[in-house]
Design a protein around this ligand. Structure first.
Ligand SMILES: N[C@@H](CCC(=O)N[C@@H](CS)C(=O)NCC(=O)O)C(=O)O
Length: 226
């Protein structure tokens, strides 16, 4: 698999499994925050931020959902990469339906955007990416943090009065994230024989099923949409 190593693109450097053959999600690299405060480096400003997404990526999808729910469509621009990720990583293919060029950095591949933010970066090139046009850098590429800051820090420029993390429900919201963390850790057997991979798959798929049942009952009981 592929990743940037010291700013150079490698197609054989990426190990997604540990010694046990288990999938290992690496730490996300860019972890700054938009913050609504006088001393904040990244302030909530309309037109300043940009999202790079793939419609094929659920983590990117949730950033688009929050952007829409909060009415941030005019405040935050978006570019969409090709849904198919080949050896060169996420690519801009504006000739394809639903895809766009990179209107901010003019890149052909998303990895160029990462290198622009940090010429020596070592990391996977993932979507979503929240880009700051003012400083010309990546603010954050962790969807859980991007959706939280779009929700809680961008009210000054949001056009909808929606609170997705209301006081009094925050513990409950954080508990629901439990399922997400497990669902993101599938077994990906690469170097072990298939029977070993299957055992690992059962091992990791295990917590997902009770998790889904738990939330089926939870939503049935509480019907929070009423
Ligand atoms: N920490 C990230 C993970 C996002 C992620 O894994 N995105 C996938 C697409 S669904 C990706 O870009 N993968 C490219 C790679 O791993 O090289 C987030 O939740 O924002």
């Amino acid at each position: 698999m592929n990743k940037l190593v010291d700013g150079e693109w490698h197609t054989d450097a990426y190990e997604s499994t540990n010694e046990e053959g288990e999938f290992e999600r690496q730490e996300t690299t860019f972890r700054d925050r938009i913050r609504d405060g006088p001393d904040a480096r990244f302030k909530p400003e309309s037109g300043r931020y940009h999202l790079y997404v793939s419609y094929a990526c659920p983590w990117a999808h949730r950033t688009l959902l929050v952007r829409a729910l909060k009415g941030l469509e005019d405040a935050i621009t978006v570019n969409v990469v090709d849904p198919f990720r080949a050896d060169d990583g996420w690519q801009f293919t504006p000739e394809k339906d639903g895809c766009t060029p990179d209107t901010v950095n003019g890149a052909d591949y998303l990895r160029e955007v990462y290198v622009q933010a940090d010429p020596d970066v070592t990391c996977r090139v993932t979507v979503p990416v929240l880009w700051d046009k003012q400083e010309g850098t990546i603010v954050n590429n962790e969807s859980a943090e991007i959706i939280r800051m779009l929700d809680t820090e961008m009210d000054a420029v949001a056009t909808r009065d929606v609170d997705l993390y209301p006081e009094g429900y925050r513990d409950e919201v954080d508990r629901i994230r439990w399922l997400g963390r497990r669902a993101r850790r599938p077994a990906v057997p690469r170097r072990r024989p298939p029977h070993r991979g299957r055992r690992l798959h059962v091992h990791h798929a295990g917590p997902v099923r009770p998790g889904l049942l738990h939330y089926t009952h939870y939503f049935h009981r509480s019907r929070p949409w009423r």
